[in-house]
Design a protein around this ligand. Structure first.
Ligand SMILES: Nc1ncnc2c1ncn2[C@@H]1O[C@H](COP(=O)(O)OP(=O)(O)OP(=O)(O)O)[C@@H](O)[C@H]1O
Ligand SMILES: [Mg+2]
Length: 245
């Protein structure tokens, strides 16, 4: 069992990437849980349209079993955060890594959707991660945060394995993935286009890998990097038998 944290600037695409990475790993026959560690303004429950009965809050705040908060979604298991306004003021994530590993020893991966930026909540997710993926947009502000997050990950004892460049438009005015890679000094594991289909898939409560496989290859590349296997071009087509929109 390995924990993989997705961190980055607010709104950079951590939740979108976490969801699609978890689904791609599931399609590659891995047993995966997707954990909402963005507890102050959590989004996983709303992305899947579930009203969770048991959440990560029940574990962190009240010591309930983590296993009881598993919600099967697509081909993996989501652990949402509570949608309540209160109840996360004194959250302490320092034990969450050990607890996830002992509760889900038979899982291959726990994908952790972190809070934005470098505040206490985001640092808690870094501390819970064996490996960290930094999600950035091709803007200076986002890349500046990515540089800080790489150093924060190392300080927290986790391994920053690479970047996801999200909302790529491939125009002259944006910072290119190669430039971002040299600035942050990490490899780019996936480059995701800016595409309104993400909003459509969100409205359909269907992750992009199930919504439009032709726009999902980068998530399978990312999943292969996480697993540590070479990505075979076109692999995603054989894994996704469903219809497209
Ligand atoms: N590549 C993309 N193209 C178009 N829209 C996108 C793309 N990636 C994400 N979005 C949209 O941008 C919004 C923010 O994305 P998301 O929630 O994944 O970011 P986040 O980093 O998790 O945000 P937060 O910091 O609030 O947790 C969502 O509405 C999402 O659908
Ligand atoms: Mg988010």
């Amino acid at each position: 069992m390995k924990t993989i944290g997705l961190v980055g600037k607010g709104g950079s695409g951590k939740t979108t990437t976490s969801i699609n990475l978890a689904c791609a790993l599931g399609l590659m026959n891995k047993k995966v849980t997707l954990v909402d560690l963005h507890m102050t303004t959590s989004h996983l429950a709303v992305e899947f349209g579930v009203i969770p009965q048991t959440t990560i809050n029940d574990h962190v705040v009240s010591g309930e079993r983590l296993e009881d908060a598993l919600h099967p979604q697509f081909n993996m298991f989501v652990i949402p955060s509570s949608l309540n306004m209160f109840g996360h003021e004194h959250v302490d994530l320092s034990k969450i890594k050990g607890n996830v590993k002992s509760a889900f020893g038979d899982f291959d991966f726990a994908v952790l959707d972190a809070a934005p930026g470098l505040g206490k909540e985001a640092l808690g997710a870094l501390g819970a991660s064996d490996e960290v993926i930094i999600v950035t947009n091709p803007t200076m502000a986002s890349v500046a945060d990515a540089i800080k997050l790489k150093h924060a990950a190392e300080k927290a004892g986790s391994n920053p394995i690479g970047l996801v460049v999200n909302r790529h438009v491939n125009k002259w005015f944006e910072i290119s993935p190669d430039q971002i890679s040299s600035l942050v000094e990490l490899p780019v594991l996936a480059t995701i286009r800016n595409d309104e289909d993400f909003l459509k898939s969100q409205a359909a409560r269907t992750p992009m890998v199930f919504y439009n496989r032709h726009k999902s290859e980068e998530f399978f590349k990312l999943a292969a990097a996480v697993i540590g296997t070479d990505y075979r071009k076109g692999l995603f087509q054989s894994l996704l038998p469903h219809h497209d929109h």
